[in-house]
Design a binder for this molecule. Structure first.
Ligand code: PLP
Length: 458
């Protein structure tokens, strides 16, 4: 790698040659970009010499924090032994075998097998194909429709973006592909408050959207329902407490598969191993990625239930024509094993549930008292602040949606904290290893960010 290149020269080269994800390239100037060159714990350093707190754990993934040499060493050792081999053609290797066993141990009891890929998006492509193939094998090929939710994020591939419920993404490239139906989301602050229902009633209403869709299209046409336990990229939409129990009842009464997309909620984010544990649901498929390796290497997959496994093991199922060159990559599996070892040894899931989670939630709730904040919500260590123009009238929203969120996000970065803006809300999802002192600093910086944003708007 080149050394002694100036920050500006790096940015010029980035501008010329690097096409970024989710970026308006025409609008991104050379010097507006930031180049992150080092990280440790919850801290990042950029090439302009700034030290910044990573309030997003990278991209909701660095659960064990940055700079864990134990993972680096595990990957180095694995790469010296066997850097790559495939898992096609009756072949396996020790790290993928050990990792699958470890994942089965932490997954719900009825889920004991893992299909691998390299990301959350390709995990959802796997889901898309497996769900439909499941019903083909079951002799019900007409069950093809997958019900998802508006504002969901399930990735950027064709199946992932189609399953997701983001209008902007659907508008590019003629998505969604046929056979996907999007129902309303349980977004109390954004949608529910307008309806005149209580939060509890709205949760039940939103859950019953699933039942209404099944009735409308016919249960014999529906293959599955896919949902994130808490919508992440859509704005950390924590559903009303009544939502998941009602969805669970509906799923129990219907012959459809349930996909709990655990790409963000998995691996301790909610204070349980999986979001499905947090809400007590019983999935057939759990797409995973991000926290599986804490982002140290790309690895994703889908944990499948015993009933799905049983169907794919039937003789009439035959070969499932699906897989990726990097399915179960040995070095990525070694990273995941070391990551899970750290999570267990440091009791990170219990820590989020009982210690740092409640500590941060209290600080977050205090931010909810700020004049600019209409709602502060947080589960485990994932939260959002809804920004509003007038605290005394929560029905009001800012004109030009997204402008104030962006102003606040930019202030946050200048103040030394990475938060993400979704519409006019600020999102946080810090590493699970954050100390109480760091949590207090994070909350203080978020408070300063709100004050600065308030001043900018006056
Ligand atoms: N599913 C969910 C719930 C996600 O939040 C994401 C990414 O943010 C994905 C899938 C896609 O994962 P990836 O970016 O690894 O493809």
């Amino acid at each position: 790698m080149r050394v002694n290149v100036s920050s500006h020269d790096l940015k010029v080269s980035d501008h010329a040659h690097h096409f970024h994800p989710f970026t308006d390239h025409g609008a991104l100037g050379v010097d507006e970009r930031r180049v992150i060159s080092r990280a440790d714990g919850v801290w990042l350093w950029d090439t302009d010499g700034n030290r910044i707190m990573d309030g997003m754990a990278g991209l909701w993934c660095v659960n064990v924090g940055h700079g864990r040499n134990e993972i680096v060493e595990a990957v180095r050792a694995q790469m010296s032994e066997l850097a790559y081999y495939n898992t096609f053609f009756k072949t396996s290797h020790p790290p993928v075998i050990e990792l699958s066993e470890k994942i089965a141990e932490i997954a719900p009891d009825h889920m004991n097998m893992v299909v691998y890929g390299s990301s959350g998006s390709d995990a959802n492509d796997t889901v898309f194909r497996m769900v439909r193939t499941y019903w083909d094998v079951m002799g019900k090929p007409e069950k093809k429709v997958i019900i998802s939710r508006k504002n969901a994020y399930h990735g950027s591939t064709v199946a992932g973006a189609s399953l997701g419920g983001m209008g902007g993404m659907h508008g590019q490239g003629g998505l969604p592909v046929p056979g996907i139906h999007h129902i309303d989301q349980p977004y109390w602050f954004g949608e529910g408050m307008k309806t005149g229902m209580s939060e509890e009633e709205f949760g039940i209403w939103a859950a019953r959207e699933l039942d209404r869709a099944i009735e409308e299209m016919g249960e014999d046409k529906i293959a599955a329902f896919i949902a994130e336990p808490i919508q992440g990229a859509g704005g950390v939409i924590v559903p009303p407490a009544s939502y998941w129990p009602e969805v669970k009842k509906i799923l129990e009464a219907r012959d459809i598969l349930f996909v709990s997309d655990e790409v963000i909620c998995g691996f301790g984010r909610t204070g349980e191993w999986f979001g499905a544990d947090y809400y007590g649901t019983k999935p057939d498929f759990m797409p995973i990625a991000k926290g599986l390796t804490s982002g140290y290497l790309p690895l994703g997959g889908v944990i499948i239930s015993d009933r799905v496994k049983e169907v794919f093991h039937r003789s009439e199922a035959g070969e499932f024509y699906h897989g990726y060159t990097y399915s179960g990559h040995p070095a990525a599996c070694a990273a995941a094993l070391a990551n899970l070892e750290i999570m267990k040894r440091e009791n990170l899931v219990g820590r989020v549930k009982n210690d740092i989670g409640p500590f941060m939630q209290k600080l977050w709730a205090e931010l909810g008292e700020h004049d600019l904040v209409g709602e502060a919500r947080m589960v485990g260590l994932v939260g959002a602040l809804e920004l509003v123009p007038q605290k005394s009238d929560l029905s009001r929203r800012f004109d030009n949606v997204g402008r104030v969120g962006t102003i606040a996000r930019d202030h946050s970065f200048k103040n030394g904290l990475v938060m993400r803006a979704v519409r006019d809300s600020l999102i946080i999802s810090p590493p699970l290893v954050m100390s109480e002192e760091e949590a207090s600093e994070m909350a203080a910086t978020a408070k300063k960010t709100l004050d600065d944003t308030w001043k900018t708007l006056k």
